[in-house]
Design a protein around this ligand. Structure first.
Ligand code: ATP
Ligand code: MG
Length: 183
């Protein structure tokens, strides 16, 4: 699956609807300090299910909603949609047959929260399940942030094993087994 587009609205500094196109294998996002580059990565993690506000550089999850600037009033809702190209048919699970997969997360200031895949409302764990074993997840290795390489090098054996299991796709089957054992 290839991430082709990120659509943001009301998310952090992206108060107006903004589309980030990722048309090729290598895309660089450049701009002055504070222009919102890291916010794009936060948006990606957020849709993938990040539940810790601190990991998104905030104090509360509501901090992802645009909270106003000198020129603009705060908004009441944050929405981010990721659009994946699945024409190679790599996705597993109920969305395997779709050429495009759109994953969306929304949050209102009143705390109402919603995830959807291809416009169908779903749970956070359905989003996690779609990406489990692909290396893409809120804390998986597809997103390499500052300090992560040294964290991997210095990882405890159990943590190193978790990385390898995700890279090999084993984590998906381990999770299935765990669920079966819990039933
Ligand atoms: P650097 O080059 O310094 O890493 P950057 O381009 O990565 O900068 P970001 O950290 O993505 O910048 O963006 C920071 C900006 O986002 C700040 O100006 C901050 O005020 C703004 N911001 C973050 N959260 C919100 C929010 N909820 N509402 C409005 N603005 C926000
Ligand atoms: Mg940054």
């Amino acid at each position: 699956m290839k991430l082709r587009r990120i659509k943001l609205s009301g998310f952090k500094s992206f108060v107006d609807a903004t589309t980030v196109e990722l048309p090729s294998q290598l895309v660089g996002i450049v701009g002055p300090n504070g222009c919102g580059k890291s916010n794009v990565v936060d948006a990606l993690r957020w849709v993938l299910g990040e539940s810790s506000a601190r990991q998104l550089r905030g104090d509360s999850m509501l901090d992802v909603i645009f909270n106003g600037s000198q020129a603009r009033a705060p908004v009441s809702r944050a929405q981010v949609e990721l659009r994946f190209d699945n024409s190679a048919g790599r996705a597993l699970g109920p969305f395997a047959g779709y050429a495009e997969i759109a994953v969306k997360r929304e949050l209102g200031r009143d705390g109402t929260s919603q995830y959807s895949i291809n416009q169908t409302r779903c749970r956070r764990r359905d989003v996690a399940d779609l990406f489990l074993g692909t290396g893409l997840g809120p804390r998986a290795y597809a997103i390499i942030e500052q300090g992560m390489i040294s964290r991997i090098i210095e990882a405890r054996p159990e943590d190193m094993r978790a990385f390898l299991e995700e890279a090999s796709g084993v984590s998906r089957y381990k999770e299935r087994r765990r669920e079966t054992e819990l039933r």
